[in-house]
Design a protein around this ligand. Sequence first.
Ligand code: 5AD
Ligand code: FES
Length: 352
Amino acid sequence: MDRKEIIGWLREEREEKLCGLWYEADELRRRHVGEEVHLRGLVEISNHCNRECHYCGLRVGNRNIRRYRMTAEEIMGCVNEAVEYGYGTVVMQSGEDQGISKEWMEGIVRQIRRETPLAVTLSLGERSEADLDAWRQAGANRYLLRFETSNRALYEQIHPTLNGRRSDRLEILRMLTRMGYEVGSGVMIGIPGQTWEDLAADIELFRDLDLDMIGVGPFIPHPGTPLGRDVEKLLAPVSEQVPATELMTYKVIALARILCPEANIPSTTALATLNLAEGRELGLSRGANIVMPNLTPVAYRADYEIYPAKACIRETAEDCRTCLNRRIASIGRQVGKGKGSRVNNSSLTKRF
Ligand code: 5AD
Ligand code: FES
């Protein structure tokens, strides 16, 4: 599929045509990654962040959230719940928190790998080569870092430098691959200023990077952020601006599946936030094969406010698990067993 065709699908409005897209994505999903929906237990370990990303509620400039950092004991409590619930993976996520030291995180990763059968995914932002390498050596299996948009100018507008150091997430993604991590990335859909051409290029980049995991979700304005306050002013001309809608998110999930048939693709919380009733199920029926039940203690949930009105902030880990199991069964799929690593594929020979 070339750029023009991708844009054609992104702009497609006719329901009968879109049915064909959903069908193809669902077929490819079944053929390449099967009927299993893998559960990744999400632990939001800290909401401290030293960056100023214009879209994110955790940005250092937002004084209206209560900051927390979980203790090692609290984290292990969540990890043990993941084991008890039969999840294959825990995902440790945080803002870019310098209070999370290389050594501290290393200890946690090592303990999880030693004491449990779980795969460990980290999603801790842009960290140094030494940190990433140490965590990999300690046993971390996967790393998630969205590149947010492939349009460099737009990226720089919404993602200020840190101490004058220009961030290059693509370089970090390549480094992670070299280190032997399974690598996940993704974008936000409908960032003010994001054009059809940009989004099509994002999807092509998923393929070119040969990503193991692809996470996408709609941009949701947060009033405590510059992008959230000035959405209207920053939009591209009407005919060019990608809308941050639920439908657009399904299209991107489906196209990601078609261009990257073997990737693990989650049906994300941001999607559930737009449609709590059936967003997750529709994502799973249109290319996705992963969901991420939240394990974060309820006391901290609401404070991990990347964007407002996030779905499921009052549910306990047990509630999340029951709810997702029911949703997966309702669409005739099964809960995955084991770690749910990227399926065997030709690129493995490339990588190792
Ligand atoms: N709306 C939607 N997604 C957001 N993210 C950050 N801020 C927002 C927002 N306002 C996404 C980014 C980030 C991930 C952790 O959450 O893509 O990489
Ligand atoms: Fe950068 Fe939140 S401000 S991840």
